[in-house]
Write a protein that binds this ligand. Structure first.
Ligand SMILES: Nc1ncnc2c1ncn2[C@@H]1O[C@H](COP(=O)(O)OP(=O)(O)OP(=O)(O)O)[C@@H](O)[C@H]1O
Length: 249
């Protein structure tokens, strides 16, 4: 089997004495959209944050088959991994363009000076952002803010984009629009690791899925098969497919 773009082996994350993610094995191959679904508190954000180097972890993380000796945000960004955090963390008092340019800063720092060209490529993916290039980020709609957060991460030209709950707080139609763009990223050479509570929407755009329950992988497989799995339907695809509501009610 060829080397995965990202591979986690026996990956564990703890908050003090409490282990929140237990021995997770996961892979994302080049060109894949992989989703991690699961109820509130399952450990999805913790897993993603630790895989980006924002939290300490145990176990192994390999990029392109090479184990990372130390997982830091700088090292992950330099190796072509980007994260769009759940809170989006935009600079509200800055226009769309400046938010995007800041996303390209790590490349600029390394001597690359083609940020304007890259911004035009991002605008081609998100035409709605191009129309609003001078608008302050704080005045964008929820969907536009999510697109800007993704666009900003794309400015660093990642090979793998990790997205934490891009559907959060968005109306169903907008969720579909945002996730369609996410699934189109592979045409631009970007693979995706998508953490979602909206199981139905995530399974509809992903190739493969992992179901995380209480910090451990409870189930995994082709997204198209999990969409028809009785256990997934009963637990996660109830009214609206909001995993947390189904699993905690
Ligand atoms: N900073 C923290 N300190 C201690 N425990 C934490 C911290 N952040 C999260 N946890 C705990 O770790 C577990 C996993 O939380 P996490 O936020 O990763 O879950 P999640 O699957 O992303 O949930 P949600 O979908 O609600 O965001 C939970 O039990 C949570 O209470």
């Amino acid at each position: 089997m060829s080397s995965a773009l990202l591979q986690l082996e026996g990956f564990c994350v703890s908050y003090g004495p409490v282990e929140a993610v237990h021995h997770v094995d996961l892979r994302v191959d080049a060109g894949e959209i992989v989703t991690v679904i699961g109820p509130n508190g399952a450990g999805k954000t913790t897993l993603l944050s630790a895989a980006m180097g924002l939290l300490p972890s145990r176990g192994r993380l390999l990029l392109g088959g090479e184990p990372m000796a130390r997982i830091s945000v700088e090292a992950m960004v330099a190796r072509g991994v980007g994260l769009v955090p759940e809170k989006r963390e935009l600079f509200g008092e800055m226009p769309v363009e400046d938010n995007l340019l800041l996303g390209g800063f790590s490349r600029w720092w390394r001597g690359e000076r083609d940020q304007r060209k890259r911004m035009d490529e991002v605008f081609a993916i998100f035409p709605r952002l191009a129309e609003r290039r001078a608008q302050l980020a704080s005045t964008l709609s929820g969907g536009e803010r999510q697109m800007l957060a993704i666009g900003r991460a794309l400015m660093a030209r990642p090979r793998l984009l990790m997205l934490d709950e891009p559907s959060l707080g968005l109306a169903p139609l907008i969720v579909r629009e945002v996730l369609q763009v996410v699934s189109s990223l592979r045409q631009h050479g970007v693979s995706v690791l998508l953490v979602e509570q909206n199981a139905r929407a995530a399974l509809q755009v992903a190739d493969r899925a992992y179901v995380l329950e209480m910090g451990a992988v409870a189930l995994q497989g082709a997204a198209s098969e999990l969409l028809h799995d009785r256990r997934i339907i009963d637990t996660y695809l109830g009214l609206g497919g909001r995993a947390g509501e189904a699993a905690t009610s």
